[in-house]
Every structure is written in structure tokens, then in C-alpha cells.
Write a protein that binds this ligand. Structure first.
Ligand code: AFP
Length: 342
């Protein structure tokens, strides 16, 4: 008997292979009283969509997926072929899951209502930073999940127009040198890396915490002349070595998902303030700002519209833009001090 394996006892997963995303999500479900498995299934569908997108991104140049579709989205932006592909894959995965009642996407004019009675609302930016695609730069996917409001018989757009504090799960993926999946279901933040040979995400960054202060700032300084005076003063302060805070390096990739990810891991601050061209800011409240704000807060960081907490903003429109400042608590607070001066 001694040499027989007791099949009821798994060896510690780390002894042979790491914890998979699937296991991680499942163990969260088992710990949640009354869980039905629908949320787990929804996340599994999202994870599959992400792996399909990742695979296509990796071969984009070979698969004829570079360049534009010739169409424009509701925001008047030219739609790239990969934008469209990523959107279609996510929409299909969510529809097939049977658990998503309302879909909102940066690439869809209106919310989509799958024919199911799914109890979740999923909002996403299918391919963030898509301006980087044709130059082989980093791009990513960002999403947020909310529970549909109890008692609603018919899904309505208002179910998508809810403040970020009602999010129950948010995540993003970076299609970079490796494919990274960062996820929060409201109990901290964990990061997973795709093993492309196995086709699985493995836990690589458990319990991510954003440092209270960092030594980089991330902003499109090309917009300097069109910022409010307070924001200009902030940028000047960041450029100037401070006796107490030291000096700050500038890091900006043009892909929000990457700039936010670096800020989450290493600390510092990312800012996309309003400017003359983007009077209300550029980033999308529902598809970019809120999911990332949720993740930053879950990791001990902060996110604001410059002054006020991002997750408390009441959305009024699906494609609403916002100014956004996120990162280390102290660095986000420092931005607000300058912004309040006008
Ligand atoms: P999309 O690629 O999804 O349209 O988003 C691009 C983006 O909104 C965000 O990823 C960047 O932080 C930001 O634009 C870059 O804007 P600038 O080119 O104005 O700096």
C-alpha cells in the first residue's frame, strides 16, 4: 500500500507545474458560498478568447492581419484588422458562454444583448494600444465584469452605465514578449503568464502590490502646451529632481495597458489629463479607466480623474472619455495637489 498513490491527494501543484489560471479561478469559486460556477465558466471563456487573440497577434504579419479594415468605429477612429478580429472573438466567446447578458465594447456602437439570460455585464477594450500593432509594439486587452442588477427583466444600456465601484472582476492582457494576464476578482491582484507550448496561463505574479511611491512618470509630454497650468506645473515638478523624492524617469509607450502595467508593478504614476484636443480626456471610462482603476486599487494603488476617485464617477454614455491618473498612492496624491491649483 505504501507505494500506491492516494488519488485524493494532489501533490503541491508547484512541485511539478505552477498553478493554472483555471485552478486559481476554480479555487476562488469553491471558497465563495453559493457560487454556481457561472462566473468561473465566464472567465474560462474570456481566457480562451485571450489565447486565440494572442495566437493571432503573434502571427499577425504572416496571417495578413496588419493594416486597416477601411471602416471607422463610433468614435471616428480607423478600425484595424486586429481590432476587429479581437472584438469578434471576445463577443463570440461571451455569447457562447451563456453567462453574459450584456456586452459593451469600445468597438461596438451600442451594447450587445446575447439571447441568453446571462447574469453578467462584460465591458472591454478588445485591443488597446492598437496604434502599436503595425510596428510590433505592445498591445493588450482590458475588461471589466459587473453583475446584472437583481430584478431586471430586460437588459438595458443603463446596466452598463454603472460606476466602477460596482465592478466584481477586472483584468487585462498584454501581448508583449510574453502574454501576461492580470486579474482581480476583488481579493487582490494576480498575474499569469501564458506558456505557449502548453496553451495555459500559469501563476507568475501572485499578490501584486503597487509600491506606495515610484520613480517614473508616464504621460504624453507632447501635449504639454495644451494642459491646464496645474498639470504643467506637475510635469515641471516631475522633471526636476526633488531633495526628498529624488528624480523621476519618463516612460511612455502609447499603449495604456502597458504603461498601466509597468506602473502597477514598479510604482510611479500614469496620467492622461484633459488637454485642448481631448477636452474631457482621451481614455474611455468604461473600457479602459474603470477596469484599470479597479485593479490598481485592489493592488493598494490609487486612480483618479486627476482629483476625484475614478471608481466613483457615474458614467453617462457608453463611449464616455475621461482624464485619468493612476499608480502609486503618494504619486497620484501629488498629481492631485497640483491639479487642484487649476
Ligand atoms: P486604442 O488603441 O484602444 O484606441 O487606445 C489608445 C490609447 O487610448 C491608449 O492605449 C494610450 O494610452 C493612448 O491612446 C495614447 O494616446 P496618445 O497617442 O495621445 O498619447
Amino acid at each position: 500500500m505504501d507505494d500506491m498513490v492516494d488519488s485524493s491527494i494532489f501533490p503541491p501543484a508547484s512541485s511539478v507545474y505552477g498553478t493554472t489560471l483555471r485552478e486559481h479561478v476554480l479555487s476562488g469559486m469553491q471558497a465563495a458560498p453559493g457560487a454556481t460556477g457561472q462566473f468561473t465558466s465566464l472567465l474560462n471563456h474570456i481566457s480562451l478568447a485571450i489565447r486565440i487573440i494572442s495566437s493571432r497577434v503573434r502571427s499577425a504579419g504572416l496571417a495578413g492581419m496588419l493594416g486597416y479594415t477601411g471602416k471607422q468605429n463610433i468614435q471616428g477612429e480607423d478600425v484595424l484588422k486586429l481590432d476587429e478580429f479581437a472584438n469578434d472573438v471576445l463577443v463570440e466567446a461571451l455569447e457562447r458562454s451563456g453567462h453574459c447578458g450584456i456586452i459593451g465594447s469600445e468597438e461596438l456602437d451600442e451594447v450587445r444583448v446575447p439571447g441568453s439570460a446571462g447574469k453578467y455585464v462584460v465591458l472591454f477594450d478588445p485591443l488597446d494600444g492598437s496604434g502599436n500593432i503595425d510596428t510590433n509594439g505592445c498591445i493588450g486587452t482590458i475588461f471589466a465584469i459587473l453583475r446584472r442588477q437583481p430584478g431586471e427583466l430586460l437588459p438595458v444600456v443603463d446596466e452598463a452605465l454603472r460606476p466602477g465601484r460596482e465592478i466584481v472582476c477586472a483584468g487585462y492582457t498584454i501581448y508583449g514578449p510574453s502574454t501576461t494576464f492580470v486579474l482581480s476578482t476583488g481579493h487582490g491582484v494576480d498575474g499569469f503568464t501564458l506558456d505557449p507550448n502548453v496553451g495555459e496561463f500559469f501563476l507568475s505574479h501572485p499578490n501584486i502590490r503597487c509600491p506606495a511611491r515610484g520613480n517614473t512618470y508616464s504621460v504624453n509630454e507632447g501635449n504639454y502646451s495644451t494642459w491646464a497650468k496645474g498639470v504643467q506645473d506637475w510635469a515641471n515638478a516631475m522633471r526636476t529632481p526633488d531633495p526628498e523624492l529624488g528624480s523621476h524617469g519618463l516612460r511612455y509607450s502609447g499603449a495604456f495597458v502597458l504603461d498601466a502595467h509597468r506602473t502597477l508593478l514598479k510604482g510611479g504614476v500614469f496620467a492622461y489629463p484633459a488637454d485642448a484636443k481631448n477636452g474631457k480626456g482621451k481614455l474611455r471610462l468604461l473600457y479602459e479607466a474603470n477596469p484599470m482603476a479597479y485593479i490598481l486599487e485592489q493592488a493598494g494603488g490609487a486612480a483618479t480623474d486627476g482629483i476625484n476617485r475614478m471608481l466613483d464617477v457615474q458614467p453617462k454614455a457608453l463611449h464616455q472619455r475621461t482624464s485619468l491618473v493612476l499608480g502609486s498612492k503618494d504619486d497620484v496624491a501629488r498629481f492631485a495637489e497640483f491639479a487642484k491649483r487649476g
